[in-house]
Design a binder for this molecule. Structure first.
Ligand code: NAD
Length: 298
């Protein structure tokens, strides 16, 4: 049994923390939202009063926060307030599973290294369903020794663990994947909306495409049309899941990276513009598959 601090207990972090607790570890849980903490405490974890409190006695720290600015402010501090690294004991392993800029992971890792702390980036794929089932895919950036240290914990939350390269490489792999996911969700939505506008049953059309050359993850598990997949956010009023604004953040990270590396990503750029328009129309907090609303006939 290991004492694990888990900070960021939202749609993803909550179920991930519960899986670590169920695996026999002692989870010290912290989130700015008391409701989020309560859900994890109901499964046996201990509530922490602050991030500083959560890391007391912890050998491992896991973070699952929205974006770069949250991770940087937490670990390195903000507006003169000290960062969490100052409260973490040397020798501790920190696993950051948030999707953030690779440069931020590298900046935090450098400061952690100076304090004798192992920091790896380990963003995930698999959605909230994967987080609950413990079948996430982890994309790890760090040394082989750091990954080996993290492996027993990652295995309790995921089914596939990849070593993408040095610190930050996990984030780069993640934004490539999410750029593709964002494009595929728009394409899938477009195709279903076109079929429905022509009188096709969305379930029948989705099944035809799933078993044909257009098959993809959205058609397998995360159909954007309500009622096709019972457990997908589309069938729950687009609640929970992966927020449009989080997808927009990831497509922004991909475009920032493409600009820096002079890569050509025209569809990634177009997808970012589509999700931005969808967010401005008031759908930023809904699951990203709600982008189909932009493409459907009223
Ligand atoms: P979420 O908004 O549901 O949860 C984020 C949580 O972090 C919230 O509960 C919030 O209160 C908490 N938080 C923010 N700042 C904090 C702080 N300083 N201290 C403590 N808690 C703080 O987001 P999510 O869907 O769980 O996503 C988390 C990360 O995982 C994001 O980077 C996202 O891009 C990535 N991700 C999400 C999915 C998905 O399907 N939702 C899939 C893969 C990756």
């Amino acid at each position: 049994m290991t004492t694990i601090a888990f900070i960021g207990l939202g749609n993803m972090g909550g179920p991930m923390a519960i899986n670590l607790q169920k695996a026999g570890h002692a989870v010290r849980a912290f989130d700015l939202s008391k409701e989020a903490v309560a859900k994890v405490v109901a499964e046996g974890a201990t509530a922490a009063f602050s991030a500083q409190d959560a890391v007391q006695g912890a050998k491992v720290v896991v973070t699952m926060l929205p974006a770069s600015q949250h991770v940087e402010a937490l670990f390195l501090g903000k507006d003169g307030a000290p960062g969490l690294l100052a409260s973490i004991a040397p020798g501790t392993l920190v696993i950051d599973s948030s999707t953030i800029a690779a440069a931020t992971s590298q900046k935090v890792a450098k400061a952690a290294d100076a304090a004798g702390i192992d920091f790896i980036d380990a963003p995930v794929s698999g959605g909230t369903g994967g987080a609950i089932a413990g079948t996430l895919t982890f994309m790890v950036g760090g040394t082989t020794a750091q990954l080996e240290r993290a492996q027993p914990y990652l295995e309790k939350m995921g089914a596939n663990i990849f070593h993408a390269g040095a610190v930050g490489a996990g984030q780069t792999a993640k934004i490539c994947n999410n750029m593709l996911l964002g494009i595929l969700m728009v394409g899938t939505s477009e195709a279903i909306a076109l079929g429905v506008a022509n009188g096709l049953d969305p379930k029948v059309l989705s099944e035809i495409m799933r078993r044909s050359s257009g098959g993809n993850w959205a058609l397998e598990k995360y159909n954007p049309f309500p009622g096709v997949h019972e457990n997908a956010p589309a069938s729950k009023g687009y609640a929970g899941g992966f927020g449009t604004d989080l997808m927009l953040k990831d497509l922004g990270l991909a475009q920032d990276n493409a600009i820096a590396t002079k890569a050509s990503t025209p569809l990634g750029g177009m997808a970012r513009a589509i999700y931005a328009a969808h967010s401005i129309a008031g759908h930023g907090g809904e699951d990203f598959s709600s982008v189909i609303k932009m493409l459907q006939k009223p």
